[in-house]
Design a protein around this ligand. Structure first.
Ligand code: ARG
Length: 459
């Protein structure tokens, strides 16, 4: 009565809720890699015979070929990828397959598999982030002198260079890379040999499997090894932070590409048209990067909440860690590819940026600063005088630097013609030349140092 669509009753429901093969088949390569290391260690420690180990090794390579060619044939009664690999091994080499699972459990096996998978994901993400950074520095260099309005509250604030703005994202991505690297460093200890939870009485050599799998060392506590997924959470936290950065850039691209701004033209390759409005060129890729960040952070929350309150050691809840990890990885990789492509191919419109900076009276602070510096006026008063000048420019519909000296003198006669040297956008930007500031020379300095760090990280 309550079985509904589950034709075969309770056992079918149990099988469906229990089976992880629909998603953990993504781990087949890691599972085979782990098993190869385990079998070799068992033989070297004299726990299984060299002949059995050799057969297992040959068999596992055949299983890998089979899965690579035809995929994993899902059988819910076999529950998960670990049982699928073993069943396929048995079908390939027979009896000896039964010796592979000596001195291990699916609990240390799955922790090992997922660590190997996340480690690969981190390495691939890092390479994608480096590629994105390369595009950012290239575009920043091209536009080291291009002037645009810098914003606070999305209101024109002070002029900045586009190169400076793009390098801000470079810095965010550099920190993202360091977060992934931290996650990788903490992850890189081998759980294999922790067995179900308490370790094993077989004389295994955990150092050996750790080394074979590229881990720095075996984990120090068997209970911890099989019961935590903080390495997956670390990865998802780094991925979430990175996705948030991409989402902010996506939002800026969406704003910049809108007609009232017109700061960029999106390439055909990264925009879509409208089925009804022929003039439209929609920033769908940027919008989806923005939306994907919501799903990626959702994946982080799913794993954190799964782990909350779980007693030591393994509970089946932990099987559910995989879909969010896999999903976040896929979404981040795609977001990064889209961002890198858009950044490489979009056309910046320096004229529109400059015009917007002029309209926004972005050099008003420079005028106030000049009054303080050259006429010894207290900043509060200078602020007020500048406000009058902006009001006048607004009334006349001109840029600050286009006001006549007479008009400025009528506001405050301590102003003289030297003021024009600070009112232009170029002078304003060039004057902001402290370390890390927006002056083109400083931006080139940032770019050079970024290129050096990028080259060093590629070694
Ligand atoms: N498919 C399981 C998972 O992903 C493997 C571990 C099963 N362990 C167990 N004691 N039932 O978590």
């Amino acid at each position: 009565m309550w079985g509904g669509r589950f034709a075969e009753g309770p056992s079918a429901i149990m099988q469906e809720i229990n089976a992880s093969i629909p998603f953990d088949k993504a781990l087949w390569q890691q599972d085979i890699t782990g098993s190869l290391a385990h079998a070799a260690m068992l033989a070297r420690c004299g726990i299984i015979s060299k002949a059995d180990a050799e057969q297992i090794k040959i068999g596992l390579h055949q299983v890998a070929e089979e899965f690579a060619a035809n995929g994993v044939d899902e059988d819910w009664s076999l529950e998960d990828i670990h049982m699928h690999v073993e069943a396929q091994l048995r079908a390939t080499i027979g009896e000896a397959a039964g010796r592979l699972h000596t001195a291990r459990s699916r609990n240390d096996q799955v922790a090992t598999d997922l660590k190997l998978w996340v480690r690969d994901a981190i390495d691939q993400t890092d390479a994608a982030l480096a590629a994105f950074q390369t595009v950012l520095v290239d575009r920043a260099e091209e536009h080291a002198e291009t002037i645009m309005p810098g914003f606070t509250h999305l209101q024109s604030a002070q002029p900045v260079t586009l190169g400076h703005h793009l390098m801000a994202y470079y810095e965010m991505i550099e920190r993202d890379r360091s977060r992934f690297a931290d996650a990788r460093g903490r992850l890189n200890q081998s759980p294999l040999g922790a067995a179900a939870l308490a370790g094993t009485g077989f004389p295994i050599d955990r150092e050996q499997t750790a080394k074979a799998l590229g881990f720095d060392a075996p984990t120090r506590n068997s209970l911890d090894s099989v019961s935590d997924r903080d390495f997956a959470i670390d990865y998802l936290m780094a991925a979430s932070q990175c996705a948030l950065h991409l989402s902010r850039l996506a939002e800026e691209i969406i704003i910049w590409a809108s007609q009232p701004y017109g700061f960029v033209a999106l390439p055909d390759s990264f925009s879509t048209g409208s089925s009804i409005m022929p003039q439209k060129r929609n920033p769908d890729a940027a919008e989806l990067v923005r939306a994907h960040s919501a799903r990626i952070t959702g994946c982080l929350h799913a794993v954190m909440m799964t782990m909350k309150g779980l007693p030591l050691a393994y509970s089946k809840d932990m099987q559910n860690d995989k879909p969010p990890v896999f999903e976040a990885e896929g979404l981040l990789a795609l977001s990064l590819a889209a961002m890198t492509g858009m950044m490489r191919e979009m056309t910046f419109r320096p004229d529109a940026m400059r015009a917007a900076a002029e309209r926004g009276y972005a050099t008003a602070t420079d005028l106030a600063d000049w009054l303080v510096r050259e006429a010894d006026i207290p900043f509060r008063e200078a602020h007020h005088i500048t406000g009058e000048a902006v009001k006048l420019a607004e009334q006349q519909g001109v840029a600050l630097e286009a006001l006549s000296l007479d008009a400025l003198k009528a506001i405050d006669d301590r102003i003289d013609d030297r003021v024009f040297s600070v009112l232009s956008l170029d002078a304003s930007v060039a004057s902001r030349n402290c370390y890390g500031a927006t002056a083109p020379d400083r931006v080139r300095e940032q770019i050079n140092s970024a290129r050096q760090r990028l080259a060093a990280s590629a070694q």
